[in-house]
Design a protein around this ligand. Structure first.
Ligand code: FDM
Ligand code: MG
Length: 242
């Protein structure tokens, strides 16, 4: 069996540098004459992607379940073309994937359940604000299900950055989800996702320091990917598991 292209996903919080790094990486692959393609989720260009875009800009309201399913459907729209490209030997660099889908949706909490809002007891005395995690709006396992069976990445690079650092970067706050409290919960959820991916042993999950200088991050990414993108992958493409 001939080798296929590697499926590499870049994940992280908003403003963690994913898109910049994905573009730098694809240029490097092209300069090295390695057949490669850059894709991004959400893909805002499709009809489903346009609905997602409008939701993220807060131009439309959608039920939390519905938007979650749309994000997943947006991946399913491209799933067969991803498989085709990989089998043809093309490396796929993917800016966000199902892991973002799980982490961003499973970290949603009801507005009234936001921490720091002091609550009042029936007798009128104030209860001090608690910092324990409020209950999720969508169960974690429910959030995972729609992406089950999608092609699984061979390698996921998680650009780790502290939410307080991300929120200081230019452009933060422009879209829905771009607030520090949500990003803090997203980061915790990503940790859970990472543990599960590692336990499944299907693809590799690597955490890289996204707080370094651009060029240092690019170099750390390159040293993780250079072998697999040059040599291709021997085994069959995996699937996202339940
Ligand atoms: N996002 C992204 C989700 O909530 N679910 C998903 O499945 C994906 C792929 O959309 F806040 C969130 C993450 C981010 C927002 O992403 C837009 P970009 O990368 O900033 O366009
Ligand atoms: Mg964004």
């Amino acid at each position: 069996m001939s080798k296929r292209g590697a499926f590499v996903v870049i994940e992280g919080l908003d403003r963690s540098g994913k898109s910049t790094q994905a573009e730098t990486l694809i240029k490097r692959l092209q300069a090295a004459d390695i057949p490669s393609k850059l894709i991004k989720f959400p893909d805002r260009s499709t009809p489903i992607g346009k609905l997602i875009d409008s939701y993220l800009r807060s131009e439309t309201e959608l039920d939390d379940h519905a938007i979650h399913l749309l994000f997943s459907a947006n991946r399913w729209e491209l799933a067969s073309s991803i498989v085709k490209d990989l089998e043809a030997g093309t490396v796929i660099i993917c800016d966000r994937y199902a892991f973002s889908g799980i982490a961003f949706s499973a970290s949603k909490v009801a507005p009234s359940a936001q921490p720091d809002a002091p609550t009042t007891t029936p007798t009128g005395s104030n209860i001090a604000p608690t910092h324990k995690t409020p209950p999720p709006l969508l169960p974690y396992s429910w959030c995972r299900s729609p992406d089950v069976s999608l092609p699984a990445p061979d390698l996921t690079l998680f650009l780790d950055i502290l939410p307080e650092v991300a929120s200081q970067r230019a452009g933060f706050g422009g879209e829905r989800y771009e607030n520090q409290e949500h990003q803090e919960r997203v980061r915790e959820l990503f940790e859970r996702v990472a543990e599960e991916v590692e336990a499944e042993g299907i693809g590799k999950w690597v955490v890289l320091n996204g707080g370094l200088e651009l060029q240092e991050v690019s170099e750390s990414i390159w040293s993780e990917v250079k072998e697999v993108v040059r040599q291709g992958v021997e085994g069959e493409l995996g699937n996202v598991k339940r």
